[in-house]
Design a binder for this molecule. Structure first.
Ligand SMILES: [Ca+2]
Length: 151
């Protein structure tokens, strides 16, 4: 009896996982594209499961995403408004290429991605000087390393 209910619960759980997985993977599409485009998918085979790799708060106010964007998210939204129908990866590239500092913490958005800090949160900023970071960024390939990889 106990075994049966355990199996039943297991089947329900498996069903929920099967039903939920495509939704969970489909929703953060922009997150996945961003991680690959800025190289944050490197070095951790389980990066897609890590909430530290391009978290929703890179663009959204809420840790769960959804409506409500931080200054960097608003930059991307402005990019989409300027180029209706553009691919996300192209909009992201153009926003980063503009060398703007969405959250006004003195570090351009591209350098924040390079340092893996949040370009939309002024409280979260690189621990190196901007000049040091800029030199490392250029040595690593500059904006070329953030070219769209989306097919
Ligand atoms: Ca920041």
């Amino acid at each position: 009896m106990g075994g049966l209910s355990t199996r039943g619960a297991g089947a329900v759980l498996a069903g929920l996982v099967l039903l939920g997985a495509p939704v969970a993977l489909a929703l953060p599409r922009y997150r996945l594209i961003t991680a690959q485009q800025v190289g944050h998918d490197q070095g951790d085979p389980l990066w897609q499961l890590s909430r530290r790799v391009v978290p929703c708060t890179t663009c959204h106010l809420s840790p769960g995403g959804g409506p409500g964007w931080n200054p960097f998210g608003e930059s991307l939204r402005a990019g989409f408004r300027a180029e209706p129908g553009a691919r996300f990866s192209d909009v992201l590239y153009r926003v980063l290429e503009a060398r703007k500092d969405a959250d006004s913490d003195t570090y351009p958005d591209a350098l924040e991605f390079f340092a893996r800090t949040n370009p939309g949160d002024p409280q979260n900023r690189p621990d190196r000087t901007r000049a040091e970071l800029q030199a490392e960024f250029e040595a690593a390939g500059g904006m070329g390393q953030y070219a769209p990889k989306e097919k």
